[in-house]
Design a protein around this ligand. Sequence first.
Ligand code: SF4
Length: 484
Amino acid sequence: MSNRKSILFIHPQGENWIPGQENISRIVNIMPPLGLLSLSAWLERHGHQTWVHDCYAFPGSDDRILETLREQQPDFVCFSTTTSSFLDGIRLAHRVREARPSARCVFGGVHLSALGERLLAEYPVIDFGVMGEGEETLRELVESEGKQLADIRGLIHRQKDRVVFNGYREQLVDMDSLPFPLYEKLHGFPDSYRLPIFSYPKAPNTTIITSRGCPYTCSYCDRSVFRRSYRYNSPQYMLNYLLHLRQRFNIRHVNIYDDTFTLKRQRVLDFCQLKISSGLKMTFNCAARTEQLDREMLVQLKRAGCWMISLGIETGDPQLLQRHRSYLPSQVVENPLQNIRETVLLIKECGIRVKGLFMMGLPGETGESIRQSMEYVFSLPLDDFNLSKLTPFPGAPMYRDIRNHGSFDETWELMNAANFTFIPHGFTREELEGLHLEFYRRYFSRPSTLFNYASMMWKSPDSWLRFWKDLPTFLKCTRKGKRK
Ligand code: SF4
């Protein structure tokens, strides 16, 4: 192919933790950068050559990146960043610029998609921005030879002194036309990557995504990349994907990282049926919204190998839930907390583990609402629990008027759900930190929680091995009073 280009993809690290604290986030969970792996597969299918450096899995990768620049001389260097890793991406882009001035630096991902043209105006080292879904925009860019850039939908570029966005793509890719992400581009895959500790029965394991977009508008959620469109892989594609992972990497468990895996009921049922018929012994986790689950679906999920379902419950205060969580008109629930409780019990009855995801520090949060959340969490038979610190990401609906509801320190590096960058009216940071710590301490000191984690010795032996290996680091962190 005469127009063959070479592209280096970089997933910057960012600090992604709490300043001054031992960083346990990488010990607990390292997920493959699936967006970049999908782009890499798409461009290779179209005849281009690609490399991927994941600085999150391998911090301090600068030398390896410079070596790739020297040896492979890529035409484009593409960065996918979150809000907290964006400035590390900029730092690396400057190093790329020095080492290989002719390479074009392209940024994409959630932070770029949320802030758009502003980032190119403020950071001249970025040559191009890709807004939203990247596959076709990036392919057209690398094949353009720098011509007719104004015709590439989804692209941000410079015209003389102006930064111009060409508008969103109307036609998005058919999900079943996507090649499987190129996990093999990752150094040390699958062993260098791990799902959160205690959230899988077997290793090696990994993450997959089988749908893009979400039709809901929860106030705290940044959906800048795939926005409100909802597209998904067919059940047959999903099964083929799992078979590929087993054959190529011996993967034995996957986390289905879709925002709304259970939105299309029939798709889930058909996938379960196919997977059961295939005889493939591979377990999986998924996330769901409680109002989309019912007994029939849960029975089928269990039979198909579902090991754990994560539920975004967020808070035990009904008013906060009503204010921040969105529902589809066809799925409005009268009493959400009661619906969640009944669904948790139903999931457990069907033999599937349940993880509850909560957040603290929402606009409107009070001391009383936090106490309510604690009592609600402790009354549910959850198997696992996570309490993140609310972060008003630039693409989240609440970002627009967040300063009306409290004080907001918009330091991008700290915006990672592990720091309180937003303090709602009525609190000090110290009070929120104290309540966050109390929440975790009370949760993890309950006999039922301790018994549950003890049972992981036979349900997830690999997690316990990891836990013992990293115990000194966990203890150091616990003494300082933090856990993610
Ligand atoms: S929190 Fe979940 S359901 Fe709500 S907008 Fe985000 S992805 Fe969609």
